[in-house]
Design a protein around this ligand. Structure first.
Ligand SMILES: Nc1nc2c(ncn2[C@@H]2O[C@H](COP(=O)(O)OP(=O)(O)OP(=O)(O)O)[C@@H](O)[C@H]2O)c(=O)[nH]1
Ligand SMILES: [Mg+2]
Length: 357
């Protein structure tokens, strides 16, 4: 656990600082996504990348991060071959430029660190999506260390910031160990369009690649074609999908899925859920009902409730985290679309403010 998390945090820190070598596990997928400029619905091509890549990567990172959406259509194999680290570096450059680059510029050659320096640093952190609450907390801590004369120069302040962020992330780390139960039930929730179904497809490929028997449950019966989309991902990963017809009761799908997972000896059952219902209240009530049904069928389930957040929505992700955490017992977070214009800082914000990773 410690090792895995270290990998994750190092990777994350790498993203924030540009320490590319450490970043591989976390960043791999984002890079692939970039290549994969996804279509709205999964395309029917065989999934070469998502299936292959996950197997070599540490479990938790994979689960919490994302695997790519649809592979690019024409050259099915080619993208995977593009120098992995090259793509990695390219993708990281963005965050690096925006966050670390700016911090470096600020601190470059600074002989004297003072309150103004910290104020500027504060602004940089906030605009990197680390969020106001977390930033203020970080800056307070740095101020304290400054007063104690622990921060003499730019290098020291950078190191201190690194330590503080890392400590916050590590505090709430917990691995996604699917061998803890059988079937291990993962419920995937989040507002519409954030990437729930895509994430499930990636997880399914990943666990299948690890030799696990996976079953998917099409709990989004609300949106037309949601089950078909999940089935497409199921086909790619070579796993079965339990579905009912559109508009049926999601809890019934979940009920059947739990039964099926036991009957078929599945190792992992991943439950897709709707991102939108008539109202937010309905959505939250449905999440609760699904949980109730699950735990009645399989004591202890869901073993993990992953909240999917679109990192590109920045601070919006924070309010979603709040909403779902209160209503749906979120135990972990998946940040998607970090391949786009997202600033990785949101990871720190969500983790620190909601005690989640
Ligand atoms: N670039 C990028 N696109 C992504 C990522 N994850 C998902 N997408 C895209 O985001 C869109 C929505 O993804 P879905 O997986 O359908 O999202 P969802 O949460 O299941 O959506 P609903 O079922 O409508 O609630 C699709 O076009 C995906 O291709 C990602 O990590 N990076
Ligand atoms: Mg979906």
């Amino acid at each position: 656990m410690a090792e895995e998390n270290k990998g994750f945090f190092k990777g994350l820190w790498g993203k924030l600082t540009g320490a590319a070598a450490d970043v591989a596990p976390v960043e791999a997928d984002r890079e692939e996504e970039q290549l994969a400029e996804p279509a709205k619905e999964p395309a029917p091509e065989p999934v070469s990348e998502p299936v292959a890549a996950p197997a070599q990567e540490p479990a938790k990172e994979q689960a919490r991060e994302q695997v790519p959406e649809v592979p690019p259509p024409p050259p099915v194999e080619a993208p995977a071959k593009v120098g992995f680290f090259e793509r990695l570096k390219k993708g990281l450059a963005k965050t690096h430029e925006s966050l670390v680059g700016r911090i470096d510029t600020l601190l470059l050659g600074k002989k004297q660190i003072d309150a103004d320096t910290l104020e500027e640093l504060e602004e940089i952190l906030i605009t990197a999506d680390i969020g106001v609450a977390t930033t203020v907390e970080l800056i307070r801590t740095l101020e304290g260390r400054l007063k104690r004369n622990e921060l003499q120069d730019g290098g020291a302040i950078k190191k201190a910031l690194q330590e503080e962020i890392l400590a916050r992330l590590q505090q709430y780390a917990s691995p996604l160990d699917v061998s803890a139960a059988r079937p291990y039930v993962i419920m995937v929730i989040g507002v519409n369009g954030v990437g729930k179904t895509t994430t499930i497809g990636k997880l399914a490929s990943r666990y299948t690649g690890e030799g696990k028997k996976v079953l998917l449950a099409a709990g989004d019966t609300f949106r037309a074609a949601a089950a078909e989309q999940l089935e497409e991902w199921g086909r790619r990963a070579g796993v079965d999908v339990i579905r009912h017809k559109d508009g049926s009761d999601p809890s019934a799908v979940v009920f059947d899925s739990c039964k099926a997972a036991v009957a078929r000896g599945s190792d992992v059952l991943i439950v897709d859920t709707a991102g939108r219902l008539h109202t937010k209240v309905n959505l939250m009530e449905e999440m609760k009902k699904i949980r109730r049904v699950m735990s009645r069928e399989l004591p202890g389930a869901p073993h993990e409730t992953l909240l999917v957040l679109d990192a590109a929505t920045g601070q919006n992700a924070i309010s979603q985290a709040r909403l779902f955490k209160e209503a749906a017992g979120v135990s972990g977070v998946v940040l998607t679309k970090l391949d786009g214009t997202a600033k990785g800082g949101i990871v720190v914000a969500v983790s620190n403010e909601f005690q989640l990773t």
